[in-house]
Design a protein around this ligand. Structure first.
Ligand SMILES: *Cc1c(COP(=O)(O)O)cnc(C)c1O
Length: 379
């Protein structure tokens, strides 16, 4: 193992190293699929769905082509269409808001809690209280995000949603295995959306997604919607889309899923080291209700852009997730938001910086990051 003095740089994500560590199991999974030849809806797809349903503590899991589709499909199942609105947060990956807009509906933003970067249930309640009866009827779903691997406060969010009879869709793309009060992400709302994009905690060899739910009716609808709306082949009662998880992806994800718990433990161990040893940086907060899975370890700094420059020079990769909150994106200019409308999201976008925390980092690399971040934030 390298000692910190031999390391010259640490990347944010080292996909080749992750692959190398489990290469024989991936090769074997791929070979099995090549042998049976059922590239679409092969047996590994159902096996993966069943494994994920058990893991998340739900009755049904429906695999699809991406995390974005895992948000889009439940919105389609609800019949979300032009004139409808869906409430979400502006401080998230674009897909959260983009899926709403793709259906011709309007994303409505409520601000985050600056301590956790997640939806503020008080802001949610205030927004709903401010609406007329007609406007309330246009709200078809609430879409909180479990950002960076920490669950949004689901009890108060569900409570507010239940008061108005609005379904909650968890955007759990970054939070597989994360818990809130002992419940896994994806098991607390009406349904949950997961992504297997390579940078997620369970990353595939390409795109992939999955929806979890305890609603059998929704599960059945989603299975139809992901196959062009056909239940019996070539007969279509509804218009769906082509959004399946490839058998190859399911097979390799199953091989990787065997390591998820160990990878989560590594991420949490790296985060624990940062939380105890980083001295100059403003550190992320783990809510006492939450089991954080650290898809990102995100610090904050007033001089964020300069800090990023110092870290680049020192060999520590970092990234800004996310530089522009959704309510200020050009494509959403028509919604009429302006700077100042979502102060906590805007402040986060100006100050956040994510540093390496992925599972395959060695202790020496984590020590290197600690030393360099402390040097870059000193004084
Ligand atoms: C990654 C991600 C998505 C979308 O997932 P894809 O698989 O890339 O389509 C949605 N929401 C959040 C918060 C994400 O991080």
């Amino acid at each position: 193992m390298l000692n910190p003095t031999q390391i010259t740089s640490v990347p944010l994500l080292n996909v080749q190293r992750q692959t190398a560590a489990i290469r024989p199991s991936l090769d074997a999974a791929i070979s099995r699929v090549l042998d049976h030849g059922m590239f679409i809806n092969g047996p590994e797809v159902r096996e993966f769905e069943d494994s994920l349903a058990r893991y998340c503590g739900v009755q049904h899991a429906i695999a699809c082509a991406s995390g974005s589709d895992a948000i889009l499909l439940p919105l389609m199942a609800l019949g979300v269409s032009p004139g409808d609105r869906v409430i979400t947060v502006p401080f998230t990956f674009f897909a959260t808001g983009g899926c709403i807009a793709r259906l011709g509906a309007e994303p409505v933003f409520v601000d985050i809690d600056p301590a956790t970067f997640n939806m503020d249930p008080v802001a949610l309640a205030r927004h709903l209280e401010s609406l007329s009866a007609a406007d309330l009827r246009s709200i078809k779903a609430i879409l909180p995000v479990h950002l960076f691997g920490q669950c949004a406060p689901m009890d108060p969010i569900n409570e507010v949603a239940a008061r108005y009879g609005i379904p909650v869709i968890e955007d759990a793309a970054q939070a597989i295995g994360a818990e809130y009060k002992g419940h896994r992400s994806g098991s607390m709302g009406w349904c949950g959306a997961f992504s297997f994009f390579p940078s997620k905690n369970l990353g595939g060899l390409g795109d992939g997604g999955l929806i979890t739910t305890n609603d059998a009716g929704l599960a059945a609808k989603l299975r139809i919607l992901r196959e062009h709306g056909s239940e019996a082949r070539y007969y279509h009662r509804v218009v769906g889309m082509n959004s399946r998880l490839d058998t190859l992806q399911a097979a390799t994800l199953l091989a990787k899923f065997a390591h998820l718990e160990a990878w989560t433990a590594s991420r949490r161990a790296h985060a624990a080291t940062y939380l105890s040893e980083l001295r100059g940086a403003k550190l992320p907060q783990e809510s006492p209700d939450c089991f954080h899975v650290y898809n990102q370890f995100t610090i904050r700094a007033d001089d964020r852009d300069e800090l990023k420059g110092r870290l680049d020079a020192a060999g520590v990769a970092s990234a800004i997730y996310y530089p522009v909150p959704l309510h200020l994106q050009d494509c959403f200019a028509g919604l009429g938001y302006k700077p100042g409308d979502m102060p906590h999201s805007e402040a986060a976008a100006k100050s956040v910086l994510s540093i390496p925390v992925e599972a395959s980092l060695t202790d020496a690399e984590v020590a290197f990051v600690v030393e360099r971040v402390n040097a870059a934030t000193a004084g």
